[in-house]
Design a protein around this ligand. Structure first.
Ligand code: GTR
Length: 425
């Protein structure tokens, strides 16, 4: 009863925020703000080389994001174990090798696990590069393949997919196929790996008594400390555990794993790329506030809104910046810069003003000086490009027509960008 009440309050909390006049969609009302310079150390010494960036500035920025924004993930001291539950050569009408792996996160079958679904191009004579991404409703949603195991963890209700009691359903097979063009990706020589994000931490608002967090609590602890991981950091950590597996699978080119995510999972993809340099490339699709969009612009979704509606996504310290973005010592261009010198792609959608497309572009642009330190071109444009006109340096960006979503157009750019950077060599 209580839980239902809390849920209703939280759901209705989204409506006034989204429709409130307080949400700024007017460029003229963007406050004047100073972006932190990624090439100046906290003690004001300039960062003059890629070596100083890597040794001093990068850790400084990463630590700030860890302690004030996403929360620190615990150190990983367990031996990962994995079990190949199923595999089939000739899956998807002969075009794929399908492998389903259960990763035991604490190394024991009695502990928590995540289920990893992998498709690799059939008949490859060398390890395959791959795109890995989290999904919202289970691995079975990304393609209509009856062999995919349904998740066993909590799933958000979605009556349209037949999910009404927080359990994944047969009816949800393939319902998100339009976001995951698996066959096209395979035809381009890339693999696809999927994880249901709720296997790592269910996205049920405000709760920290389920998912991975409790496994790391100190005796008596019931909630992460103010600088400890929220849900986004946990999801990113889960992606790293998949990366642990990729390094052990001889069919996968572990040096060319591309982490991709949409929306809250786009925020997660960027954080995964920042915290785990084994990811060769990161792609943020419509990630917005707390992802690729600059917080200090206060355009569309703001720090206060996101912390109020999704109190479990970031660490508690992040609340100190509600309506006080000017106090942040970093901004999201520096999250993007944490990818350097690895390629990173930011995708916006024209009608997705909530995610602040212009703020996403400006962040990608403001990350460029860090790439230049490495002798690389960051984002090769001064001006925000026209819609459906991607720009690709070592940082790539496009804004496409349409709404908050992942489309085939987006994927075509991601694959092209990956090709440009030799991911499929
Ligand atoms: C929205 C949220 C965004 C974005 C999106 C999603 O409600 O305000 O930050 O993450 O959800 O993940 O679908």
């Amino acid at each position: 009863m209580n839980r239902i009440f809390v849920l209703i309050v939280l759901i209705s909390a989204r409506v006034p925020f989204a429709q409130s006049n307080n949400v700024n969609y007017d460029e003229a009302k963007v406050p004047v703000f100073d972006l932190p310079d990624p090439l100046i150390l906290a003690d004001e010494t300039p960062v003059l080389s890629s070596q100083i960036w890597l040794e001093k500035k990068r850790p400084e920025i990463l630590t700030y994001f860890e302690e004030q924004v996403y929360g620190r993930a615990p150190r990983w001291e367990h031996q990962i174990t994995f079990q190949i539950r199923e595999q089939q050569r000739g899956a998807l009408d002969g075009t794929a090798l399908r492998r389903q792996v259960r990763i035991y996160l604490l190394g024991s079958t009695s502990g928590p696990f995540i289920d990893l679904l992998i498709y690799l191009p059939a008949g490859l004579d060398k390890p395959a590069p791959l795109f890995v991404g989290l999904n919202f409703y289970g691995n079975q949603t990304i393609i209509d393949d009856p062999a995919i195991f349904l998740p066993e963890s909590w799933v958000d209700n979605e009556p349209e997919y037949g999910i009404t009691d927080h359990k994944a359903t047969e009816a949800s097979r393939g319902v998100r196929e339009y976001r995951w063009p698996v066959r096209q990706i395979l035809a381009r020589g890339y693999g696809v790996a999927a994880i249901y994000y709720g296997d790592i931490d269910p996205d049920d608002e405000g709760r920290f008594d389920n998912g991975i967090h409790p496994w790391f609590y100190q005796p008596g602890q019931t909630h992460p400390a103010a600088d400890e991981w929220g849900a986004i950091a946990a999801w990113a950590w889960g992606l790293s555990r998949a990366m642990d597996y990729f390094q052990l699978d001889a069919d996968i080119a572990a040096d060319r794993v591309i982490v991709m995510g949409h929306s809250r999972l786009g925020k997660t993809a960027l954080w995964a790329g920042a915290t785990d340099q084994r990811f060769a490339m990161a792609i943020s699709n419509n990630s917005g506030c707390g992802g690729a969009a600059l917080s200090k612009r206060r355009f569309g979704e703001t720090v206060k809104i996101i912390n109020t509606v999704f109190p479990h996504w970031f660490c508690d310290n992040f609340n100190a910046f509600n309506d006080q973005e000017e106090k942040l010592e970093v901004d999201q261009h520096e999250l993007i810069a944490l990818m350097a010198p690895r390629p990173v792609y930011v995708a916006s959608a024209q009608d997705d003003l909530w995610a602040d497309p212009r703020g996403e572009f400006l962040a990608a642009q403001a990350a460029s000086p860090v790439y230049q330190l490495f002798g690389l071109q960051g984002l090769p444009t001064e001006e925000m490009p026209a819609v459906n006109t991607p720009v690709m340096g070592t940082i790539g960006y496009h804004i496409r027509t349409g709404v908050h979503d992942v489309t085939l157009y987006d994927w075509e750019q991601f694959m092209h960008f990956a090709d440009l950077h030799g991911m499929n060599r």
